[in-house]
Every structure is written in structure tokens, then in C-alpha cells.
Design a protein around this ligand. Structure first.
Ligand code: SF4
Length: 660
């Protein structure tokens, strides 16, 4: 039995959905035994009834089971009635959710019209009191009493009208009160929601859904786990709405969302999900559906040996200790392996796809920021010397034939590993499944620091089996480095990107994994309806290599490019956010490690842009304010000049480098 202090799901080895109470959103219930529901949010102006209705219908056609609409003030809240009437007239019965920040009076009107309201406990009836740094217990309790007074009317209206409520904490917008007591932490996020839950329960209102969103995937996953742990220990069972905020768009947005949301889904958490992308909202549902569909038949997978103890702290990030070898393990960042074994004639172009460009004139190699660290060549020979810094792994027998090559290392299976006489003195790679971790192998590994384990799985619940294997290594005190390898077949590259982000990311986010490796066979090319393909005309190794670096970045374990924190936009956005994000991305994508936030509105943007280095925030119609960290440095500049001024700000700060 997992200790209560670490428990956050039914099982770490057997797929099983964490059972929550059933809550009705109109006629579409979630939680309990209901399927995981798909939802999204409109980006139109809520006062534009026709545009909002048409976008809602598109989203429903794409698979949304609930649609959220922003209600920043009383006028928009009132207009929800027109939107709802028009939708019903067009025979669209999707339950509507009003998104509220700061404005209790808008919430109280909306709660009488729509099926659910979402409040943010960080800013419901709360203003930022920048000057207040400390709260005494008395002041803290007085604040709680004030919140209770402001919040009670909404709860009473929800009770009267049968309206559900999401208490949705955002990492970036915690109240001063919470920040003061708990800091900017998962615990602060959980407490922020629970304060509001306790008020609801005091009023006998239980139609509650909870969320703990963050742009930082580690914080997001830890906060949801901690919330469930608190619910288990306090006898609560509210359904969970999962999402990663400000995930951005395209490839990065998909990887980040699949990593954060998928990690929780793997452990059976989540009753509804929203994939939030800086794209038109009808593109979000197909991604969400792909993520959720993986679990339809997950139950009943082959048994994985249960664990009695969770050897890691699931609420805090820490790295599994591993031996430090010259290029892997210990304090090295996780490495990327490119699998070129199916390619008999590996060429300069193949290496270009994985980040190494040969300059024939200068006779040297240019290495990109996302250059693979190892290549696996199987039984193939290379007809040219590979760049220094790149290392080759090949099959054991082939390696024997190359034994003079100092840059190549053997890959063995467990039978060979236990029987052969000759191994590399520098580095050996051993591929194993959980079942192969015998006592004999454990004994040998204890004396072979320079063996790196390539962990594989054939389990239908693969992440859990690989995690179980790492747990077994930890309990046996085996500190050999581990590369997480997944083999996919019969899926599209779009699906592979989502699934690998979950499968590898769920281990990386818990500090397990010194490297990553993916293979894909039999790629399906059928595009699903509404699916947006975000890659064109590129080779499979190039796509996989970029995906792997994307996963490491999204898990925050290896930073190789600029980090964008972009909100999905909503009715509050007053500039062309998607185009602007693309423009900023084009001009700054070479600024490795810099975090740039592009946020639709001044109301929530600055609070929610988390730990960005620079912020580009909409502050009026075609007006932008620029931020350095949390400090506003240019106010209300025309959007036509704002991108150039952002670049100038980065240059003035000395954070600019010219693109290569
Ligand atoms: S930050 Fe973006 S998504 Fe959030 S309220 Fe503002 S415009 Fe809407």
C-alpha cells in the first residue's frame, strides 16, 4: 500500500480511473463513470453574438462537449443569454460555461444563464495589493471573511439555478494572501482552491469541478497530484479539469499539452480536458480526443508487478541519481539518440536532419542547438567520419568488427550481456524490458557503472511498466543511466508526437531518464477531420529529433530553444494574437533559453505569464504593453511598432544574439 502522504491515484501500475463524484453540466454529466469530456473556449468577442455562436458550432462539430465563453463584465454576461438562445434555435444544445475573472457581478448574472461558471480563486473579488508583503493570521482570516462575503451570493445562485462551478486555480495568478503564506508553489495553488471549496461546502454546495493549471508542466502535474492527495485525505472527490495554460501553438503547444495532461491521464486522473493552443479553437478538440482515446481500452492490460512504496516524492521535482559518465548520466542533461538503423547508406543529408551540417569548403561541421548526441546505426557502416561530439551506437556483433573505432559503442541484449567476454571499456548499452531484470543481471550491473540501460516496453500500459522498472532499479540501488525508448507503429506522426510526449514526458517530469529514443514504423498518413498537421515535407528522423528536443524542453529538463508562453486568446484579446505570436517566433526563435510571453489582455496576461523574461501584452485595441519580467517598461504602444520595440528591449538588455 502506498503511504497516504504520497498517494495521488488508485495505482501506479494498474490503469484505473480515479473515481470522482458526478457533476451535471446541464444535461452532460462529468466525473463518476462518465467518459473524459472534451472542452474548449471561444476566441470571439462575447458581444458579437453571431460570431460566438458560429465559432461554438464549429467547436462542437470538432468534438467539444462543453464550450466556455469569457464574460469580463456585466454586458458580456448578459449577452450570454442571446448566445444561448441563438444556439438552441440552431439546435445546438452544448452546455455553456462562463469564464470569470475579477467580477462577481458578472458571475452572478452568468450563473443564472449558463450551465457552469468558472471562477479563478486568485482573482475573484481580489485585487493585487502590491504593497502588502506580510499578512498576520488576523489579516489573513479577515481576507477570508471578506472573500466569503463576496463569494456567497454566487454560490447561492448556483444552488438555486442548478449551475455547476469550476474553481480554477492558475499558477500565475495566485492572490497576494496565498503568495504570502505558501509562495508561488503547488501547495499554494491547492490551498487557493480549497479555501473556496470550504466556503461552498459550508453552504452545502457540491457541484464543483477543480483545476490547477500552470504553464510550467512540472508545477501543473505536481499541483494536480497534491490536490488529489489532499482530497483523498480530507474525504473529497471533486472532478478534475486538466489543462496546461499558455502552452503556445503548433508543435510546442501540442507537446507541452500532451506532456502535462497525458502524465495525469496515465495515472487515471482527469474527468475533462482542455488542450489550449494559440490557434483557432476548433483545432484543440482533435488533439484532446487523441489524448483521451488512448485510455478507452487501457483497462485490463497485462499485470505489472505492483509497488508498495513510491520511491520518489510525486509533489516535488528531483532527479534520479545516476553515475556520471563523460556524456551521459549524473549532471549531464538528458541525451537524444537518433535511430538511423533502417538507413543502409547514411549520408551527409541524414546527419543534417539531426542537426549536423557539413561545410565542404571549410571541411567542418556546423552543429545546431538541437543536434542529436548519439546515433544508432544498427549493422550499417558509415562511409565518412562522423563529427566529433556525435557518438555512434551499433549492434554488438557489428561493434566487434569496428573495435578500433573509439567513437562507437555496443548495444547488447540481456542474454549477450551476461555471457560475452568482451565489452567496451568506456560505454556499453544494454536494452532491457522489466521482465529481464533478474537477480543475475542486477548483480552484474552493480559492478558495471559504464553500462547504460535502454529501457523498452511492450506493455499496453507502457509508461507505468517503464516507471516500475526504474522504481525497481532505485530499490536495488542500481545507479546506471537510463535511456527511455519507445517504439511506435501503425500511428500517424501527429499521434506519435502526442503519445511520445506523454510516454517519455511522464517519466522525465519525475526526474527519471538520462536520455530518450524513439522509433516509428508503419506510419499512417490518414489525416483525421479537423486535424491540423503542423509539419510538411521533412524526413522522419528530422521530425523525431525535433520532437525529442521538444519533449525535453516541455519537461524542463533540457532547454535548447526559445520558450514561448502564449495564451490561447479569448474574447478579451484586442490584437491579432496568432499572427503576432508567429511574427515574434520568426524573429526570436534563435534566442535559446529566453522565455517570451505573448498574452492577449492586460487583465490576466501579466499575472499569468508566469516566469517569462519578456512579456508582450495586449492593453487596448491594437495597443501593447511590454514587460521585462513583471515590470512594465512600455505602456500602450501601437501594435504595429510593438514587435520591433520588443526586439530593441531585448537588445538593450544585452540578451540578443544575431541568428547564425
Ligand atoms: S490572457 Fe489571453 S486567454 Fe487569458 S483572459 Fe487574457 S486574452 Fe483571454
Amino acid at each position: 500500500m502506498i503511504d497516504k502522504s504520497k498517494k495521488y491515484c488508485n495505482s501506479l501500475t494498474e490503469y484505473s480511473r480515479y473515481k470522482t463524484r458526478e457533476v451535471f453540466i446541464g444535461k452532460v454529466p462529468l466525473g463518476g463513470n462518465n467518459p473524459i469530456r472534451i472542452q474548449s473556449m471561444t476566441t470571439t468577442d462575447t458581444m458579437d453574438t453571431v460570431a460566438t455562436v458560429e465559432q461554438t458550432i464549429k467547436m462542437v462539430d470538432a468534438g467539444c462537449e462543453y464550450v466556455r465563453i469569457t464574460a469580463p463584465s456585466i454586458n458580456e454576461a448578459k449577452n450570454l443569454e442571446n448566445i444561448k438562445n441563438e444556439l438552441r434555435k440552431r439546435e445546438c444544445n452544448v452546455p455553456l460555461i462562463a469564464d470569470i475573472h475579477f467580477t462577481p457581478n458578472a458571475a452572478e448574472i452568468a450563473a443564472q444563464i449558463v450551465e457552469k461558471v468558472r471562477v479563478n480563486p486568485g482573482n475573484y473579488a481580489d485585487k493585487k495589493k502590491i504593497n502588502q508583503q506580510e499578512y498576520t493570521s488576523e489579516e489573513y482570516n479577515a481576507e477570508l471573511r471578506r472573500i466569503r462575503e463576496k463569494f456567497t451570493p454566487l454560490v447561492n445562485i448556483c444552488k438555486e439555478y442548478g449551475t455547476a462551478m469550476r474553481i480554477g486555480t492558475n499558477h500565475g495568478s495566485l492572490s497576494d494572501r496565498i503568495m504570502n503564506r505558501y509562495g508561488d508553489t503547488p501547495l499554494g495553488m491547492v490551498e487557493s482552491a480549497l479555501e473556496f471549496v470550504r466556503i461552498c461546502e459550508g453552504l452545502n454546495y457540491y457541484n464543483i469541478i477543480l483545476s490547477m493549471k500552470a504553464s510550467n508542466t512540472q508545477v501543473m502535474v505536481q499541483a494536480y497530484r497534491l490536490l488529489v492527495n489532499r482530497m483523498i485525505n480530507e474525504g473529497m472527490n471533486y472532478p478534475l479539469h486538466l489543462g496546461v495554460t499558455e502552452a503556445g501553438g503548433g508543435e510546442d503547444g501540442r507537446i507541452k499539452s500532451a506532456l502535462g495532461i497525458g502524465t495525469l491521464l496515465e495515472d487515471g486522473l482527469g474527468d475533462t480536458i482542455r488542450v489550449s493552443l494559440t490557434e483557432d479553437p476548433e483545432y484543440e478538440a482533435p488533439v484532446a480526443i487523441s489524448l483521451v482515446n488512448r485510455y478507452t481500452n487501457r483497462k485490463g492490460h497485462k499485470t505489472i508487478t505492483p509497488v508498495d512504496e513510491n520511491p520518489i516524492d510525486p509533489f516535488t521535482y528531483s532527479i534520479r541519481k545516476s553515475f556520471e559518465l563523460p556524456d551521459i548520466g549524473g549532471s549531464n542533461h538528458p541525451i537524444v539518440t537518433a535511430d538511423l538503423s533502417s538507413n543502409k547508406d547514411i549520408s551527409y543529408d541524414d546527419l543534417k536532419d539531426i542537426g549536423y551540417t557539413y561545410d565542404a569548403v571549410k571541411d567542418n561541421w556546423n552543429v545546431s542547438d538541437i543536434a542529436a548526441d548519439f546515433i544508432f546505426t544498427g549493422n550499417n557502416n558509415l562511409s565518412f567520419p562522423i563529427p566529433s561530439g556525435l557518438m555512434q551506437i551499433c549492434n554488438y556483433q557489428h561493434w566487434l568488427s569496428l573495435c578500433e573505432d573509439k567513437n562507437s559503442y555496443p548495444l547488447l541484449n540481456s542474454t549477450d550481456y551476461l555471457t560475452v567476454n568482451k565489452l567496451s571499456e568506456v560505454l556499453n548499452f544494454l536494452k532491457i524490458h522489466f521482465d529481464e531484470l533478474t537477480e543475475e543481471l542486477i548483480e552484474k550491473l552493480k559492478n558495471e557503472n559504464n553500462t547504460v540501460l535502454i529501457i523498452e516496453t511492450k506493455s499496453h500500459h507502457g509508461m507505468a511498466e517503464q516507471r516500475r522498472l526504474v522504481f525497481a532499479l532505485m530499490s536495488k540501488k542500481i545507479e546506471n543511466s537510463v535511456i527511455i525508448k519507445r517504439d511506435y507503429k501503425n500511428i500517424s506522426l501527429d499521434e506519435m508526437r502526442l503519445f511520445s510526449s506523454t510516454d517519455l514526458g511522464a517519466l522525465l517530469i519525475d526526474g527519471m531518464g538520462d536520455g530518450v529514443w524513439i522509433t516509428v514504423n508503419q506510419i499512417l498518413t490518414d489525416k483525421k477531420e479537423n486535424e491540423k498537421t503542423t509539419f510538411v515535407n521533412e524526413s522522419k528522423p528530422k521530425f523525431i529529433n525535433r520532437t525529442l528536443f521538444g519533449i525535453l524542453q516541455a519537461a524542463r529538463v533540457r532547454i535548447s530553444k526559445t520558450d514561448y508562453i502564449a495564451c490561447p486568446s479569448c474574447g478579451r484579446t484586442l490584437f491579432a494574437l496568432q499572427e503576432t505570436t508567429e511574427m515574434i517566433r520568426k524573429r526570436t526563435s534563435h534566442l535559446k533559453g529566453l522565455k517570451i510571453a505573448i498574452m492577449g489582455c492586460i487583465v490576466n496576461g501579466p499575472g499569468e505569464m508566469a516566469d517569462a523574461d519578456y512579456g508582450y501584452v495586449g492593453s487596448g485595441i491594437d495597443k501593447i504593453s511590454l514587460y521585462r519580467g513583471k515590470e512594465v517598461v512600455r505602456k500602450n504602444i501601437p501594435s504595429s511598432k510593438a514587435v520591433n520595440l520588443l526586439i530593441k528591449l531585448i537588445k538593450d538588455d544585452g540578451n540578443w544574439v544575431d541568428p547564425a
